[in-house]
Design a protein around this ligand. Structure first.
Ligand code: A2P
Length: 334
């Protein structure tokens, strides 16, 4: 078997460090890892796979036909600049930013939902937004069976979704120190504002959830609305998802459908106060679903509570599942 070379861009960030953890856990057949970050991390060392790795500073010549695959998580601007350079150098990019997600020739992939889209890639595969990933894992089996007509998303998103600085704001906020990342203190607060506002009154985060859900489920007919909120939780996003179906359903059969689906763990026993919690989801790769109940205000609908580690399943784990798929099927440009 030929050597597989992997580049990790943004290796010092929250998602980047989680890439390293998940790679250690999965032990994929990769021969060489090269870690990149900014000038700020020059010569910094990171312990990985039992060795010390020196961080390389990313530049235009970093790729030079050296890598089969690259995991990018250094923000949209870095992806826009460097992912096309990587592709020119025969490297397949798995990009965690929003830079290419809605581009028609770029597959947007959650492996449990649409892994077959990976094969259509032209060099870049996008990892969806963290809040979309966990939602579609729970929605896909229900859409297949009952055809989703409408979705109402309300999210309760952890500060880790805003990177290292988001976590610093929550930690500092406990001591009354002013925020650097968020527009208001996040400690003891909920901020209904994630990413920038657009002219139609929605935030970009809300629009991402709406558009990305349709793209991943291959269905533009689903009506979707969203309110995304930053809450004072360090890690793991929670989401209230209201779904309306075309078809009728039996609630026990619907729950069984979710139980039988890949990547989902059902935690749903109200008699014993069992439901998904952010503190329990943290550090896990699955999507946790509970509070599944009929919405009596419509003919055929449900409410559910969906929780996942936004840095793992919402970012690093999902990207590495895509990488695993490429490696298993020997899909590379070299
Ligand atoms: P660095 O640590 O050197 O700044 P987070 O979103 O958790 O803050 O992480 C962002 C990641 O993106 C970090 O690894 C950061 O590296 C990296 N990054 C930021 N700017 C650049 C750049 N110009 N080139 C390469 N990596 C970058």
């Amino acid at each position: 078997m030929k050597d597989i070379n992997l580049a990790i861009i943004g290796a010092t960030g929250l998602v980047g460090r989680t890439f390293l953890k998940v790679l250690e856990e999965k032990q994929l057949p990769i021969s060489n890892y090269t870690l990149f970050a900014s000038e700020r991390s020059k010569n910094k060392k990171i312990k990985f796979m039992g060795k010390e790795y020196i961080i390389n500073v990313l530049n235009e010549n970093s790729f030079n036909n050296k890598f089969d695959y690259a995991l990018f998580s250094a923000g949209k601007d870095i992806s826009l600049k460097y992912a096309p350079i990587a592709v020119k150098n025969k490297c397949i990019v798995i990009d965690n930013s929003s830079a290419f997600r809605m581009q028609e020739d770029v597959p947007l992939v959650v492996p449990e939902v649409n892994c077959e889209d990976i094969t259509t890639n032209q060099g870049i595969i996008s990892n969806p937004n963290c809040s979309t990933i966990q939602a579609v894992v729970a929605l896909k089996p229900l859409h297949d069976k009952y055809t989703i007509k409408r979705i109402v998303y309300s999210t309760y998103q952890a500060v880790s979704g805003a990177g290292n600085l988001g976590c610093v704001d929550l930690k500092n906020g406990i001591q009354g120190i002013a925020p650097q990342k968020f527009p208001y203190p996040i400690f003891s607060n909920c901020i209904p504002h994630i990413d920038d506002f657009t002219d139609n009154g929605y935030t970009k985060e809300e629009i991402k959830m709406i558009n990305e859900t349709k793209k991943i489920l291959h269905d533009d007919n689903i009506q979707i609305t969203a309110t995304t909120v930053r809450v004072p939780v360090f890690n793991s996003h929670s989401e209230s998802i209201n779904v309306e179906f075309e078809k009728d359903f039996d609630i026990e059969e619907l729950k069984q459908t979710l139980i039988n689906s890949k990547g989902i763990i059902i935690e749903d026993n109200i008699y014993e106060n069992i439901y998904p919690l952010a503190i329990n989801a943290t550090g896990k790769n699955d999507v946790f679903v509970g509070r599944i109940r009929r919405d009596y205000s419509v003919r055929s609908g449900i409410n559910m509570w969906v929780v996942a580690d936004n840095i793992r399943k919402g970012a690093a784990t999902n990207a590495i599942q895509i990488l695993e798929y490429l490696i298993k099927r020997n899909l590379s440009k070299n």
